[in-house]
Design a protein around this ligand. Structure first.
Ligand SMILES: NC(=O)c1ccc[n+]([C@@H]2O[C@H](COP(=O)([O-])OP(=O)(O)OC[C@H]3O[C@@H](n4cnc5c(N)ncnc54)[C@H](O)[C@@H]3O)[C@@H](O)[C@H]2O)c1
Ligand SMILES: [Zn+2]
Length: 329
């Protein structure tokens, strides 16, 4: 069973269908409407119902073809149907190729909370074709690049440097450089997760830039900034906070800021109420027992988890960040 959205299936689904027919594999498709707002129990049960109506068995396979929305929904459906059937991810956005498609987290939003219901369910295979990225719109493409920059900051200075040196080729979406960036990103994420699948320790590194990033996305009701743009500001803030805590040099902050700017990830940031954004950071699922947990940079390629940062420092850093960020666009 192939799960997709119409715009992706129309471009790439037919080819998959032809190949299946050629080797005699029997398959069906389920299409759901496009959009972030599809991660609902309604879509989930629609998919499960289709799976049942088409008579999927325990040895059947669900293949998701699309971005993170299709991957998260399909993964959840595959993990629930008959207590779990085979699942293959074919992520078609850069974000899904380097992030959502790897790691086995599945989810729908519930009672207004993002990703509240989900399972850990690993796909049997993640099949990535960088050529499908040609049809992705500019902002979506750059959103994925933000996650790749994040991998550089948390684990791999060489990767970071490669993005600095080859920005033009990357923005031109040259397959050769894309293959190297995507495979390295998957390797980093897979390694971290294989050591800490349930986020008790280093999986939290992957959250670099996401504490403020999620708060900003939610403050602006997911309309103003893409995820990648929000976490770019989040990474800048985390770097500035690391500097304030004397954990890194000013150069570490500048390199991140310059690269994110060069890639075009700093979209105009409307004024926000620092106190409200600060409160939202506390509501983040990942803050534990009333403490905001921050991932801070020591240098490019090395981060640490920091739990006890005084609230006054975070709040004054946030106020300063707002002033600095307004001059970046
Ligand atoms: N499971 C995880 O670990 C994890 C990690 C990060 C994000 N996510 C989830 O992923 C979702 C975001 O993923 P996304 O950014 O891929 O969003 P998305 O799935 O909505 O895709 C973005 C848009 O790109 C279109 N698209 C997809 N592939 C295309 C292609 N090749 N050419 C042209 N258009 C294409 C889609 O139809 C959609 O309109 C969020 O719901 C987020 O919660 C999950
Ligand atoms: Zn992210």
């Amino acid at each position: 069973m192939v799960l997709s959205v119409p715009c992706v299936f129309n471009k790439y689904g037919k080819k998959i269908g032809k190949n299946f027919q050629r080797v005699g594999i029997d398959f069906r498709t389920i299409l759901i409407p496009d959009g972030e707002d599809q991660k609902t129990e309604r879509s989930l049960f629609f998919i499960l119902k289709k799976m049942a109506q088409h008579g999927l068995q325990r040895d059947s396979t669900l293949i998701t073809l699309g971005g993170g929305v299709v991957g998260d929904l399909g993964g959840l459906a595959a993990s629930l149907y008959m207590r779990g059937i085979n699942f293959i991810q074919c992520p078609t956005t850069l974000l899904a190729q380097v992030d959502a498609g790897i790691g086995g987290k599945t989810a729908i939003d519930f009672v207004g909370i993002k990703n509240l219901i989900g399972t850990f369910y690993q796909p049997k295979l993640v099949l990535i074709d960088p050529l499908v990225l040609k049809s992705l719109d500019r902002r979506q493409y750059r959103t994925g690049l933000a996650e790749i920059i994040k991998y550089g900051v948390i684990q791999d200075e060489k990767l970071f440097k490669k993005i600095e040196n080859q920005t033009e080729n990357i923005l031109r979406r040259e397959p050769k450089i894309l293959i190297s960036l995507i495979s390295r990103s998957c390797e980093i994420k897979a390694k971290i997760i294989s050591e800490d699948e349930r986020e008790n320790g280093k999986r939290a590194w992957l959250n670099y830039g996401h504490t403020l990033g999620h708060a900003l996305e939610s403050y602006f009701k997911y309309k103003t900034l893409t995820h990648g743009e929000a976490i770019s500001y989040g990474m800048l803030f985390a770097a500035q906070l690391s500097r304030r805590m004397n954990m890194c040099s000013e150069e570490v902050v500048q390199r991140q800021s310059q690269l994110l700017r060069k890639i075009g990830l700093f979209r105009k940031l409307p004024r926000f109420n620092s106190e409200m954004v600060f409160k939202k950071m506390f509501l983040d699922k990942k803050s534990r027992r009333g403490q905001i947990q921050f991932i801070l940079t020591r240098k490019i390629g090395l981060v640490t988890i920091q739990k006890n940062i005084p609230q006054s420092i975070i709040l004054s850093a946030l106020k300063q960040f707002q002033i600095d960020a307004s001059g970046l666009f």
